[in-house]
Structure formats: C-alpha cells, structure tokens
Design a protein around this ligand. Structure first.
Ligand SMILES: Cc1ncc(COP(=O)(O)O)c(C=O)c1O
Length: 391
C-alpha cells in the first residue's frame, strides 16, 4: 500500500529555509509590531490588502508558517491559528452567524462547546438544536428558516460517535448551510473533512497537533475568503491571537504528527481489543472495533481510528475507583499527549452538564475516556489490568 503523503508533508509543511536566512526551524518572531516600508504600503498592509505584517494581533511570520502547514495538512486554502480551540470555535461562529440565526449541532460535543452554544450564544440571539446526526434524516426535523450552519465533532468527545460527513454535507449544501467540523480527535492524519465537502475545519491544537501537552492553541482551516474575514475582521476585534512561541511549539509538534498518530492508532486498537475481552467492562467505544455501530463508516471515512477510546465500567463509583488505582495512565482531562491520559467523564469533563442531558448525549455514569499515549502498549494494558482487578 502506498504510504500517505502526510508523512512528508508533516515534516516540511510551512518550512522554507530560503525565507529565514537558511534557518531550517522556523524562527520565533517575538515581536508585537512590524515596521512599514512607507506610508502607502503601511496603510495597505494594515488593512490586509497587501501581504505583510503590521500588529501582532493580525498575524506574525511564525504564526503564518504554522497556518501554511495546517492548511496544507487539511487540504484547505488558508488557515488561522488562535489562542485556543475555543477561540477557534468562537471566531468561526462569530464570523458565520448573526443574531436570530440558528445552528444544528450533533447531540454529543465537547462540554465547553456545549456550554458556549447553550449558555453564551443564547443571550446574543443564537439558538442551537441538538440532533442525533448519526442518522442524517434527523437533520431535517431540526431545520428552520433561520438555520445557517451544522456543527459536528466526528469522532465525538467523549463517546466516539461518528457522523457521515459526506451525507451531512449533502443535506447542508442543499439547504445553503455551512458545515463546520471539529476534527480534533481524528487529526488530518486520520481524516480530512474538507475532502468530504465540509466548509470549515476546527482543531484544538492543544491536543494531537501540539502533541506534548505543553500548549493551549487552536486553528481554523477553510477558504481564503472566510479566513481573511476571520483574521482581518472577527479576530482582530475578538483578539484571540496565538503567541509566537506557542505557534512555534505547535509547528514543532506537527513535524512528528504522522509518526505519533500511527503509534496512537496502533496502541488504542490494542487497548480497545483488550478491554473488549475484559469481564468487568460493559462496553467499549472505539471506531476501529467491528463492534462499533459505525465501523463501516469509520472504514470509509477515516484513514486510521485514532488514539481516543471510551469504555463503561458500570457506575460513578466504579469509574472513580478505577482512575484512582491507575499508576502509569495519568488522571487528567486533556488528550492527545504522548502520555496516556484517562478521566471519568461524569465527574470531570462533563460534570457541568445536567445528568439527563449527559445521558441523552450517550455519556453514561461509568464512562471512562482514555487518550492512549505512545508508550509500550503492553505497559498501558498491564496498568489497566491491575486497576480493573481492584474493582
Ligand atoms: C473536541 C474538542 N474541541 C475543542 C476543544 C477546546 O480546545 P481548547 O481547550 O484548546 O480551547 C476541546 C478541548 O478539550 C476538545 O476536546
């Protein structure tokens, strides 16, 4: 089988030693402001009609190198790097929506995205309907004459539910809606939503793109037109700019993205298969298992199944007891690190969501979410083995 071009792209994208006096690593441009050649060019650069840099909130050469890399990796025309994944979601929604508009979102989303949609946006006149988008026919019943966009995660955090991107794009474009996909769990190594027709791809770069758990960052990838609007209008006013040193760390993380993801994918599959055979586990959610209800879709839509999985140990007590007994797997809420991270969703990431809404999203009381790292798979499994023996 031919190797994926992403192995080469991830190593070189956004780099160009000729632009940086031969420097192979893109330099960190630690400058808040840039001098203009003259008044006429300065005015044009400042309003974005001439390429160049003016003030750090609008861009920086280190940030530009990261953006170039990300747009190449996702197959988009342009990208905007931001201070966090939530900043990326906010800039996208603020650019595409106005008061009175309506969003259709998948039932299962990252908890802060959930509260952004239902708490922060509502007073600004933006309503969101949540649907089980695993069946694209459900989108129709939520459609109103005010609906402007579909927002989904696939695989979703934390249930690993998948959504058929091509099917929802077909529905959305027939109704003039934009499709925004949060691709944080999959990464462009495992899935490229723009190739499936999506309009906007979002990442929390704090996760696999950075890869080492040492940055908070975000990115939006889309068309030149939308990214220009986001950079020069929305984010210039919202201000969620990425710091140059952070952009550098994300770009460095991307250099090893393909290698890390290959290993995350293999380890997660091994852990999922182990858990599925364990008598104390009620259910394992991993798109690479034939028991996943959308295994066929995963094979069609994804190049690999990712490093994230979830499993059910029964109830809240069992969930908390298990995570307390693990030694190698670190109890922490983030994901995408080289280390294995594990957390109990009902008492941690999704604690703020009322129980009935959480259950409706498929997040059961005993659900454990695991971000399988790149350690030796046997070591991760033996830690789980000793932890499960305590239940
Ligand atoms: C799927 C998903 N999207 C967005 C975010 C938000 O990203 P950040 O924490 O970088 O703001 C997260 C954070 O966990 C996430 O898991």
């Amino acid at each position: 089988m031919a190797e994926d071009p992403i192995y080469t792209l991830a190593v070189h994208a956004g780099g160009d030693p000729d632009m940086y006096q031969g420097s192979i690593a893109v330099p960190v441009y630690q400058s808040a402001v840039f001098a203009f050649p003259d008044a006429e060019q300065g005015a044009a650069i400042n309003e974005g009609t001439l390429p160049g840099y003016s003030y750090g909130r609008k861009g920086n050469p280190t940030q530009a190198a990261l953006e170039k890399a990300l747009s190449e990796l996702e197959g988009g025309e342009a990208a905007l790097a931001l201070s966090s994944g939530m900043a990326a979601i906010n800039v996208t929604l603020m650019t595409l929506l106005e008061p009175g508009d309506h969003i259709i979102a998948a039932r299962c989303l990252y908890s802060t995205t959930d509260s952004l949609l239902h708490e922060i946006l509502v007073p600004f006149g933006i309503q969101t309907a949540r649907v089980d988008a695993t069946d694209p026919d459900n989108l129709c019943s939520a459609l109103t004459d005010k609906t402007r966009l579909l927002f989904i995660e696939t695989p979703a955090n934390p249930t690993l539910e998948l959504i058929d991107i091509r099917a929802i794009v077909q529905f959305a474009h027939a109704h003039n809606l934009k499709v925004v996909i949060d691709n944080t769990f999959a990464t462009p190594f495992n899935q490229r939503p723009l190739d499936c027709g999506a309009d906007v791809v979002i990442h929390s770069a704090s996760k696999y793109l950075g890869g080492h758990g040492d940055v908070i960052a975000g990115v939006v990838v889309s068309t030149d037109e939308l990214i220009t609007q986001m950079r020069w209008h929305t984010n210039t006013n919202l201000g969620g700019v990425i710091a140059p040193g952070t952009a550098w760390l994300v770009l460095r993380g991307i250099r090893t993205l393909a290698l890390r993801m290959e290993r995350h994918n293999a380890n997660a599959l091994a852990v999922a298969e182990y858990l599925e055979g364990h008598p104390k586990i009620k259910q394992v959610h991993y798109p690479g298992l034939p028991s996943h209800p959308q295994y066929e879709l995963a094979q069609r839509q994804m190049n690999g199944y990712g490093g994230m999985l979830a499993f059910d140990v029964g109830g809240v007590d069992e969930g908390r007891r298990l995570v307390d007994h693990l030694k190698l797997c670190t109890l922490a809420v983030s994901l995408g690190n080289v280390e294995t991270l594990i957390q109990h969703s009902a008492s941690m990431t999704h604690a703020a969501i009322p129980r009935d809404r959480r259950l409706a999203q498929g997040i059961s009381d005993g659900l454990i979410r695991m971000s399988v790292g790149i350690e030796r798979a046997a070591d991760i499994i033996s830690d789980l083995e000793q932890g499960l023996a305590q239940l």
